[in-house]
Design a protein around this ligand. Structure first.
Ligand code: PLP
Length: 399
């Protein structure tokens, strides 16, 4: 018998499978609101102007040497400022252990492996629902998973009371995975006041907050505002972990550039932790890729390019916010008897529409509209050209 006779095909990734089906559909009026990647108002992928300019500056100057195991120190330094604040004492006091990571996914994975290695009996609490890959990441790191309440299906908002109960009922000193902003897939974030209460309760319970920040800037249009949750936890003196990604907010999806950071008690501990994070990376991929890191450090290290980036992030976020309003207004104009308020209450790239799997199937079969069966609409795929068509189709399947 063959070596791999026992290998069954893996289950299709629920998100990547949607794109495959979309691409295979020959209809010209098809719509892809499945994938979590930004599109302009013509439905086209975007490369930011700041990125193009950084590429021009890098071109010809880039050698192809290895980066150190921890990646580009310059990129990491600039990235920490975004999460922890330009004038963060933690940065000044060198209390943050940080390495360049293979985008947000890689950062989460290294953290999960780190957690397993140094807290082998710990578990991770993950919100319901969450980005499906979180489950894969902690599963493959062999960290047992628990869940906590997050989304409230009736209000299509936050189930704050149940979330707080779960935080209180978890064993002291539990690990929690929190979306820093623009929660995927729901688009539902706690308010500032609620974050303060969550942070307080984490303090009482001695929980460890791990922030996955894949959309900094995509919620409000301002990366500084979108870091509020993290800043509140830092003000309260938490030692946090944080995964950062430039996939969405710099449009560097395929470059795989991000950062993992872990706040430590002091500089000595940070040196030790960083060395262990690198040790985890070494047998997996040895050291991270250089090109994306250089794009990021070129942009953030130049005040004019950084300003341009901030402007371009805001343009992306504002277009999405505009499409939320347009989708809701279109549905209301069609006379839908349902409430569509949540479309504009939710923020970030996604709208958790409340559509059932059966309704999503009808959208796909009858209208050639592609999205995940949990009813998640990627607002980045909505344009002035297709919002009317989309609204009409949603109205038809929800009558
Ligand atoms: N975390 C969340 C919540 C996400 O939605 C995503 C991307 O969809 C990621 C992490 C990781 O993305 P990447 O690995 O491309 O940075």
């Amino acid at each position: 018998s063959s070596w791999w006779g026992n290998v069954e095909p893996a289950a299709k990734d629920p998100i990547l499978g949607v794109t495959e089906a979309f691409l295979a559909d020959p209809r010209p009026n098809k719509v892809n609101v499945g994938v979590g990647a930004y599109r302009d108002d013509n439905g086209k992928p975007v490369v930011l102007e700041c990125v193009r300019e950084a590429e021009r500056r890098i071109a010809g100057n880039l050698n192809m040497e290895y980066l150190p195991m921890g990646g580009s120190a310059k990129m990491v330094e600039e990235t920490l400022k975004l999460a922890y604040g330009e004038n963060s004492d933690l940065i000044k006091d060198k209390r943050i252990a940080a390495i360049q990571a293979l985008s947000g996914t890689g950062a989460c994975r290294i953290f999960a492996d780190f957690q397993k290695r140094f807290c082998p009996d710990s578990q991770i609490y993950i919100p319901v629902p969450t980005w499906a890959n979180h489950h894969n990441i902690w599963r493959d790191a062999h960290v047992p998973q628990r869940t906590f309440h997050y989304y409230h299906p009736e209000s299509k908002g936050l189930d704050f009371a149940s979330m707080m109960d779960d935080i209180k009922n978890a064993p002291n000193g539990s690990f929690f995975m929190l979306h820093a902003c623009a929660h995927n897939p729901t688009g539902v974030d706690p308010s500032e006041e609620q974050w303060r209460e969550i942070s307080y309760q984490f303090k009482v319970k001695g929980h460890f907050p791990f922030f996955d920040m894949a959309y900094q800037g995509f919620a409000s249009g301002d990366p500084e505002k979108d870091a509020k949750s993290i800043r509140i936890f830092l003000e309260d003196g938490h030692l946090i972990g944080c995964a950062q990604s430039y996939a969405k907010n710099m449009g560097l999806y395929g470059q795989r550039v991000g950062c993992l950071s872990v706040v430590c008690e002091d500089e000595m501990q940070a040196v030790a932790v960083k060395s262990q994070l690198q040790q985890l990376a070494r047998p997996m991929y040895s050291n991270p890729p250089i090109h994306g890191a250089l794009i990021v450090s070129t942009i953030l290290g130049d005040p004019d390019l950084k300003k341009l980036w901030l402007k371009e992030v805001k343009v992306m976020a504002d277009r999405i916010i505009g499409m939320r309003t347009a989708l809701r207004e279109n549905l209301e104009k069609l006379g839908s008897s349902l409430s569509w308020e949540h479309i504009t209450n939710q923020i970030g790239m996604f709208c958790y529409s409340g559509l059932t799997p059966e309704q999503v199937d009808r959208l796909t079969d009858e209208f050639h509209i592609y999205m995940t069966r949990n009813g998640r609409i990627s607002m980045a795929g909505v344009t002035t050209g297709n919002v009317g068509y989309l609204a009409n189709a949603i109205h038809e399947v929800t009558k």
